[in-house]
Design a protein around this ligand. Sequence first.
Ligand code: SAM
Length: 232
Amino acid sequence: MRIDIYTIFPAILTSPLQEGLLGKAIAGGILDVRVHDIREHAEGKHRQVDDAPFGGGPGMVMKPEPVFEAVTRTLGYGVDELDALQKKIRVFMLTPRGERMTQTKVEEMAALDHIALICGRYEGVDERVLEHLCTDALSIGDYVLSGGEFAALVVVEAVSRLVPGVLGNEESLACESFCGGLLEYPQYTRPAEYCGWKVPEVLVSGDHGAVEKWRRDAAVEWTKKRRPEIGS
Ligand code: SAM
């Protein structure tokens, strides 16, 4: 799977994309993640990427031209070939005004061959980028970040672990939170007792049937108590 990320702060993404399973998958060629500096596609001596909002108001807005140029040039299309681009590549604007990301959305995205993520800053990005360049608007949750870079990392992390070969143990995908309308059961490891706190007896009983039942019951109880809307 290929993921292109567009940002005016590429350095924010450097280290997270080099670490852990994600870093391994990128180094091993399972994932092709490319970070592009929007500023490199801005015109003029100062490579200005923002300007004051039409109509007044606080803050600045990201200008459309550098974003259109960055995305189309790096993906090999002209600004007059947006239909063709959008047929091949889903282009996501990261914005709190977008569709809220869920595990179902993540599964849908992981099935795509190629996606692009646009990170906004300031008050956001000129709306023509969303209207004419993007195929989707995506929010990682109902809160406002200062920029889309951490949202992009959340997307890459969540989507990539569903790409075959990225996780060391693919079995761990089978029964995670949000699958089958439940949050996951609690997990414990050695030592069986720490500071007088013991792990549930059944988990060290060796009775696999009883363990399965305990886990199922615990998942149902936890979900009902904390996120009752998930199963409904
Ligand atoms: N003025 C915008 C609003 O009220 O909707 C918020 C702009 S925010 C300060 C700057 C950038 O951070 C956005 O353009 C977007 O790329 C990113 N961002 C902030 N919150 C986000 C969220 N919940 N999901 C995805 N991206 C987000």
